[in-house]
Design a protein around this ligand. Structure first.
Ligand SMILES: Cc1cc2nc3c(=O)[nH]c(=O)nc-3n(C[C@H](O)[C@H](O)[C@H](O)COP(=O)(O)OP(=O)(O)OC[C@H]3O[C@@H](n4cnc5c(N)ncnc54)[C@H](O)[C@@H]3O)c2cc1C
Length: 323
């Protein structure tokens, strides 16, 4: 039995998606158990993507076929069920993304392979594979052991692994595409970009999260000014969106976005687990709340207990002074 780890690369319009680098980081760690790490790249005219992927694995299995230019789970399944059956990797990793959700369950079923979905961590312990999953909306972490098999499939939640720089030099192996016939019952038609808000909170290095503690939308300018002076963007908890103070694309949490800024300042946010799920990966968390027992303080690196309407203007003043 090999101990090889396969990562199925995800790309869109010729760009490798971030999840691929997250999977490769985990794959590298898992391959230290005696296996080799391979990136499996299905696409068309893959040269640029190969260059980008080279430092991240020992090998790249490159399947270059015009039919694979845009994602179509049917073609992917045809190629991968052959390849995985032949190479028999120990663990195959995919993202818990639209791509992985579409592909992994039916691929695992076709291969009769144990599959764990939406995992946040994976561990190999004495030939057994264990994954960590959050259940009950993130309230409980469960450790799942997979039934014994020659290989396992795991899809990993985006943002649960911090990607690292690659230091490897992958050897590229061209694999002949087994695709012969066109599939007409399922076709790629076109990309339609999701409408974007004016700011992308997932890309910001400093995020100021505001909660119901702000009381009314007429207090928003206070927070906007503060966010601007510290060079950050405004995000929020769900009640702020429900009240219509900020748009949905600013919501952080289980039904909003996951942010990983260098600094997250939670202002008037209690720290419900649905909110914390979306911001606990921030490098530094500062919480401002008048309730010393607010759960947000359990995840904060720094806490200020007090009234935000007194604290924020003072902090703002200090920031401007330092600037
Ligand atoms: C299925 C589901 C999905 C959900 N998804 C999300 C999600 O994605 N994101 C999310 O955020 N929530 C989500 N929620 C809601 C979540 O459970 C909480 O209700 C919500 O996060 C609470 O928001 P909050 O902290 O702003 O408000 P509250 O819980 O009301 O907290 C307000 C806080 O402000 C403090 N405060 C009040 N006045 C001041 C003041 N003057 N100065 C300082 N502090 C003050 C209070 O002490 C309190 O801690 C979800 C819920 C469900 C059921």
């Amino acid at each position: 039995m090999t101990k090889d780890i396969f990562v199925i690369a995800e790309h869109r319009r010729g760009e490798i998606r971030d999840i691929t680098f997250e999977l490769l980081t985990k794959g590298y760690e898992l391959s230290k158990d005696g296996g080799r790490l391979h990136t499996v790249l299905l696409g068309f005219q893959n040269e640029k993507m190969i260059d980008e992927l080279k430092p991240f694995s020992d090998g790249i299995l490159n399947i270059d076929d015009e039919k694979l230019k845009d994602f179509n789970a049917e073609y992917y399944q045809m190629v991968l069920s052959n390849l995985l059956q032949e190479k028999k990797p120990f663990i195959t990793l995919l993202g818990q993304t639209a791509f992985g959700i579409d592909l992994a369950p039916s691929l695992a079923t076709a291969l009769d392979m144990p599959y764990a979905a939406d995992c946040i961590d994976i561990e190999i312990d004495k030939e057994r594979v264990y994954t960590e999953k959050q259940i009950y909306g993130g309230k409980i972490s469960s450790r799942v052991s997979l039934v014994e098999n020659w290989g396992y499939m795991v899809s990993v939640r985006p943002g649960s692994i911090a990607p690292k720089e690659g230091e490897l030099k992958a050897e590229v192996t061209a694999i002949t595409s087994p695709l012969k016939e066109e599939i007409d019952y399922r076709r790629f038609v076109q990309y339609i970009e999701a409408a974007k808000g004016e700011v992308d909170i997932t890309q910001a290095e400093v995020v100021v999260g505001i909660g119901r503690g702000l009381k009314e939308d007429k207090n928003l300018p206070l927070m906007e000014e503060f966010a601007k002076s510290i060079g950050g963007v405004l995000a929020c908890s769900r009640p702020v969106v429900d009240a219509g103070w900020l748009s949905k694309d600013r919501q952080v949490g289980s039904s909003g976005k996951t942010v990983k800024p260098k600094l997250y300042i939670a202002v008037g946010i209690s720290g419900a687990f649905q909110h914390v799920m979306g911001m606990k990966g921030a490098d530094t968390i500062v919480a401002i709340n008048k309730d010393p027992n607010a759960p947000i303080f359990t995840v904060a690196d720094y806490g200020i207990v007090g009234d935000l309407f007194q604290i924020i203007p003072k902090l703002n003043e200090k920031v401007l002074e330092v600037k």
